[in-house]
Design a protein around this ligand. Structure first.
Ligand code: MG
Length: 228
């Protein structure tokens, strides 16, 4: 039986967090007449966290959270043109090209011969499907899972659904919280490839000594797997 290698998508296969950072800078600029940057960031983060239970992850929920935060921070003085501006910021994010990280396409092509390749990502179904198509990477994967949360129960259900033995499953991703810890807790393997930006919600305290491999780039992955 072939081993299954599952990849996170955002900031593992392609750039993502930078788009949020750029949009958040434009959002700050809109509200700078009212508040300082740190307060705007902190209130937006609080709104996003509060809204995760309603909207889940993704750009649509982020856009609604920006609108809500803007109304709160301006005490409802933000006018129609201001709200239109926020909606346009969100829409612009959805229309951005999807830029694979360096080495991703080559490494997937290499590994496809020896592993069953899978994507496990959270976010908006429609947006993540569109990104897979836009990235040009979709054809490398035989299984794609777009889920609302990546915790131990989610991974257990995915393995069960596809009949994948825990011992033959490896997850690769940039988030220790979502891609690594829940997979290790299940008894499967995980490889961390950090991205230079991490969303505050995904930050966890790093163990002093990582009980999992940490790579600088996906280009180092085939050599690591060859040693297993
Ligand atoms: Mg990610």
């Amino acid at each position: 039986m072939r081993r299954t290698l599952a990849f996170d998508a955002d900031d593992t296969l392609w750039h993502n967090e930078g788009h949020y950072a750029d949009t958040q800078e434009a959002f700050r600029a809109l509200l700078r007449p009212y508040h300082d940057d740190a307060w705007i960031d902190s209130r937006l983060h609080d709104t996003e966290m509060r809204n995760l239970q309603h909207y889940g992850y993704g750009i649509k929920g982020f856009t609604l959270s920006m609108i809500e935060t803007a109304l709160e921070l301006t005490e409802d003085r933000l006018d129609g043109a201001g709200i239109r501006r926020v909606v346009e910021l969100g829409k612009a994010m959805l229309e951005l090209p999807v830029e694979p990280l360096p080495g991703v396409a080559e490494v997937l092509r290499d590994l496809a011969g020896s592993f069953e390749l899978m994507v496990i990502t959270k976010g908006d179904l429609f947006d993540q499907e569109a990104k897979l198509v836009k990235s040009g990477l979709g054809s490398h994967f035989s299984k794609i899972e777009i889920v609302s949360e990546k915790d131990q129960a989610t991974y257990a259900a995915i393995l069960e659904r596809h009949g994948i033995p825990t011992a033959s499953f490896t997850m690769v991703g940039n988030s220790v919280k979502s891609d690594i810890l829940p997979v290790l807790a299940l008894g499967a393997r995980a490889v961390h490839i950090p991205y230079h930006l991490t969303w505050a919600h995904e930050v966890v305290a790093s163990p002093v000594e990582s009980p999992f491999p940490v790579l600088e780039s996906i280009r180092e992955l085939p050599a690591l797997l060859a040693t297993w």
